[in-house]
Design a protein around this ligand. Structure first.
Ligand code: 5GP
Length: 183
């Protein structure tokens, strides 16, 4: 698996350190409050699992699955709900936890969908953002790293549902895509 990576953009140590400080900031900002973390599957499951252990607050977890990608590497702009929340978020502090914000279409759609359910507050936390790719204005309240407009894998992020378990974020060798196109 590691052999398929051409270069590492963010190491596991960098990710750990950044998550610790985001967790501290969230703990501080919501002090005295309860928080519902809405983890967006599948990509944010590793980030969400690590982040929640750096947050010292009464915290509940919800999972939502929204797809805008299929198996390709470019955004379709089509957002589909695969799995919705189990519980109502009305009157609650809600934090959307995303893996990466590329065009911003997915998270914008999600934010308007959840706002309509009348939470007490709604914020967005994303491990990565690609500012050069944003097609819509998104207010990211907490984020880990800015990335160039390149397709990345690892730490929850996939290519064809693989590579999510890489402990770092990196770029695939170009022949991986060539092989995929040939098959
Ligand atoms: P957006 O709607 O912001 O264009 O896309 C958001 C979703 O697309 C992310 O949650 C993620 O699942 C996927 N995505 C965007 N950029 C990348 C990338 O560089 N690598 C991977 N693996 N997925 C990405």
């Amino acid at each position: 698996m590691h052999n398929d990576i051409s270069r590492i953009l963010i190491s596991n140590d960098q990710i750990k350190e950044r998550i610790k400080s985001i967790g501290e900031q969230i703990t501080f900002d919501y002090s005295g409050e309860e928080l519902v973390v809405v983890c967006i599957l599948k990509g944010a499951f590793i980030f969400g699992a690590d982040l929640c252990r750096e947050i010292n607050l009464p915290l509940k977890f919800e999972f939502m699955s929204i797809s805008s990608y299929g198996n390709a590497t470019t955004s379709s702009g089509i957002v589909r709900i695969i799995k919705d929340l189990n519980e109502s978020i009305e009157g609650k502090n809600v934090l959307i936890v995303e893996d990466i914000i590329d065009t911003g279409l997915t998270v914008s759609y999600l934010a308007s969908l959840l706002t309509a359910r009348k939470p007490k507050s709604l914020k967005i936390c994303s491990l990565c953002s690609k500012p050069q790719c944003h097609k819509t204005e998104v207010k990211i309240d907490y984020f880990g790293f800015e990335l160039p407009s390149e397709f990345v894998v690892g730490y929850g992020l996939d290519f064809r549902d693989l590579y999510r378990n890489l402990p770092y974020i990196g770029v695939l060798k170009s022949d991986i895509y060539t092989r995929f196109l040939e098959n």
